[in-house]
Design a protein around this ligand. Structure first.
Ligand code: AMP
Length: 192
């Protein structure tokens, strides 16, 4: 099963992905983590990504898609992936559809973590990550609204979007997501 976790910065995608990957045996792929790994290793891709990350902007689609394509070629992804932070644009979503189609697979579910904006700003202020200063946070929220939010419609019309309330205890939210995903994995109707 291939799952996308969608939601604004601070909606808890990374935290939830960690829990869910263990529960469902999916491989967690976070493009933010991949970029940070490149940054830490001082690669060329890392320094390119940094210029965008520091401003709260998106790394160009081509660069991001190439990185994801490479990651999806590794053997461990055969059981399915849990994508966190990708896709973030319609072009990336189109590219992802092609990448999974190459393996005769599809994006089975897109879980949208819904969190009010004031909760997001509070959460981001408390994280202490390098790109969590108020200016970058504002830019990232704006970028989300302009470039990533259109994916809500994109996946709605394709029937794969599942809305999940992203406010509450971590366990509680995790259970909501797992419930939604199990229903997709085993769509047999429950007896009347
Ligand atoms: P994240 O850890 O998902 O919040 O990502 C941190 C930063 O990495 C973002 O603000 C972007 O600069 C960059 N990034 C992560 N994922 C993507 C993506 N799918 N497309 C473009 N840039 C990304």
């Amino acid at each position: 099963m291939n799952v996308v976790l969608l939601g604004p910065p601070g909606s808890g995608k990374g935290t939830q992905a960690d829990y869910i990957q263990r529960k469902l045996g999916l491989i967690h792929i976070s493009t933010g983590d991949l970029f940070r790994k490149h940054l830490g290793e001082g690669t060329e891709l890392g320094s390119l990504a940094r210029t965008f990350m520091d401003r709260g902007e998106l790394v160009p689609d081509q660069v991001t898609v190439d990185m994801v394509r490479e990651r999806l070629q590794e053997d461990d992804v055969l059981r399915g992936v849990l994508l966190d932070g990708f896709p973030r644009t319609v072009a990336q979503a189109d590219a992802l559809a092609d990448l999974v189609a190459e393996r005769s697979e599809q994006v089975d579910a897109v879980v949208l973590l819904e969190v009010d904006e004031d909760v997001l700003v509070d959460r981001l202020a408390g994280r202490g990550r390098a790109d969590d200063n108020p200016e970058t946070v504002r830019a990232r929220l704006e970028v989300y609204r302009e470039q990533t939010e259109p994916l809500v419609d994109y996946y709605s019309v394709r029937g794969t979007l599942r809305r999940v309330d992203g406010v509450g205890e971590i366990d509680e939210i995790c259970n909501r997501i797992v419930e939604v995903l199990r229903a997709i994995d085993d769509p047999s109707p429950s007896p009347c």
